[in-house]
Design a protein around this ligand. Structure first.
Ligand code: C2E
Ligand code: CA
Ligand code: CA
Length: 470
């Protein structure tokens, strides 16, 4: 190469062979090609980067770019900001009813109006589907949205009026998170604003609510629950109480329901209503249900008086439908030398609602293995009697709310009687839960209910106390 260049400079010195000239031309061509390819790739890369940072449908910045810009604002700016999170209610129906193109048009029009309304916004992004996030100065939010002006804001944001379909009005639910520390990031702010949004989500019309200290406290508790759940099992912090099940006619204890409590070092006593929904969402419920079953098997195997009772175990719908439930329960029972006929498994209507075929199959397997099965909380779900006939259970546990309604409504009373009578015809044992007063017990006795459970006889108590009552 050096030689060629030299030759080029010293004209006339034609020592170069033909081969060298040909090589020179080829190299030039290759070089030009490489240059072209490089230019093309650089252009493509720029296009892709641009595409990645812009949402093509709305022209707003992409979620990724929004996070970058937002995080920078949070870290570097001295001003106070808020994050607004908006969701178009039931947008999927717009797509389903009016078609995808109409859906796209509405999203585009909404984006334009949004941009117009939030002229002061530092960043706007469509963070997925029909969800939008906006970063604005706190004072703007406080002036125009808070201070009881939420209604006005809702009207202002009711920009969808003009673009709503003739037969279908579109509403927005919004949540606001005031960013009060630079120790958070955009996904966290979005989660908080979304949590606030969900608070009023089910109210008809445009809604808007602000993330509050109470919500922050609830999130903190939820986080603590998630962080300490595994340790909770390791340290045996989950403990069982038993609530007697009593024969309505003889007033004798015929069984007991195992109810879990979490005695956590951090929060002391935690009731299942606080942690079970969290575990159901993150899947930890399977571990908890099997753990509870193992503790109960341990108690039953060590105590003859417990063995004489049928102990009811609550099994979450997730454990019933997703887990290899019979195999797991059998393994635990074998370990503690107890048998399925010692236990009653309480399932809920949600199993039927979620996957009726699977629920029926799993319940059949459990009953064939020797467990009895109860349908718990009957009357709280949506399935009702029509679905109930699909599944073969031994016991129907009628929810406390039924009883509460029966005390003030004749119709509810008649319904309760009809349910108990129907169950009897189908050879299904009936249990009424939440009996707190003598009149309630008298009523269900009159209706010929078999078993009751409630504070009137006993609250859930430790195993030692239960044994004393036997
Ligand atoms: P559930 O299965 O319907 O249990 C009955 C609930 O009603 C218990 O609440 C019990 O303490 C309460 N109760 C009993 N009698 C009365 C009464 O006369 N009046 C009133 N007001 N309440 C009464 P608890 O122990 O807080 O349990 C709440 C729910 O948590 C249970 O409802 C059950 O769905 C769930 N749960 C409890 N233990 C477990 C478990 O080990 N695994 C699973 N998956 N869920 C469990
Ligand atoms: Ca139960
Ligand atoms: Ca129940």
């Amino acid at each position: 190469m050096e030689k060629i260049l030299l030759v080029g400079l010293t004209s006339g010195a034609i020592e170069t062979s033909h081969i060298e000239i040909v090589s020179f031309v080829i190299l030039m061509l290759i070089g030009m090609n490489i240059l072209c390819v490089w230019t093309y790739l650089t252009h493509q890369k720029r296009q892709i980067t641009k595409r990645l940072s812009i949402d093509e449908l709305t022209g707003f910045m992409s979620y990724q770019a929004f996070c970058e810009v937002g995080n920078k604002i949070i870290r570097e700016s001295n001003d106070e900001y808020s994050l607004l999170f908006m969701d178009i209610d039931n947008f999927k129906y717009v797509n389903e009813i009016f078609g995808y193109e109409e859906g796209t048009r509405i999203l585009q029009e909404f984006s334009m109006k949004l941009e117009n309304y939030f002229k002061e916004a530092k960043a706007i992004s469509r963070v997925g589907g029909d969800r939008f996030a906006i970063i604005v100065k706190r004072e703007f939010v406080v002036d125009s949205i808070e201070k009881d002006k939420i209604k006005e804001y809702n009207q202002g944001i009711n920009i969808l009026d003009q673009i709503s379909h003739d037969y279908y009005r579109i509403y927005i639910s919004s949540g606001i998170y005031h960013i009060d520390t630079n120790n958070v990031d955009i996904p966290y702010c979005i989660d908080c604003a979304d949590e606030a949004r969900k608070k009023e989500k089910f109210i008809y019309g445009n809604t808007c609510s602000v993330y509050s200290k109470d919500m922050a406290k609830a999130s903190k508790v939820k986080n603590e629950i998630v962080h300490s759940m595994e340790k909770g099992i390791e340290n045996k912090e989950f403990t069982m109480l038993y609530q007697p099940k009593v024969d309505v006619k003889t007033n004798q204890i015929v069984g007991a329901e195992a109810l879990v409590r979490w005695v956590s070092g951090y929060y002391n006593l935690i009731y299942p209503d606080h942690f079970i929904p969290v575990f159901e969402r993150n899947g930890f419920i399977l571990s908890l249900d099997y753990y509870v079953f193992e503790r109960v098997c341990e108690s039953v195997s060590k105590n003859q008086k417990m063995k004489n009772l049928k102990i009811s175990i609550n099994l979450s719908t997730i454990t019933l439908l997703e887990g290899d439930v019979l195999k797991q329960l059998t393994k635990i029972m074998e370990k503690h030398s107890v048998c399925a006929s010692d236990f009653d498994i309480e399932i809920t209507e949600t199993a039927l609602i979620q996957d009726a075929c699977k629920a029926v199959l799993k319940v059949d397997q459990l009953r064939q293995a020797g467990f009895s099965v109860s349908m718990d909380d009957f009357g709280t779900g949506m399935s009702g009697l029509s679905r109930f006939s699909e599944i073969a259970v031994d016991t129907l546990k009628i929810d406390k709310s039924f009883l509460d309604r029966a005390s003030s409504s004749l119709k509810a009373k008649e319904t309760l009687l009809a349910i108990i009578s129907l169950a009897k015809k189908l050879n299904i044992t009936t249990v009424v839960e939440g009996i707190e007063e003598q009149e309630q017990l008298d009523l269900i006795k009159e209706f010929d209910c078999d078993i009751y459970q409630g504070f009137l006889f006993s609250r859930p108590i430790p195993q030692e106390e239960l044994i004393k009552l036997l």
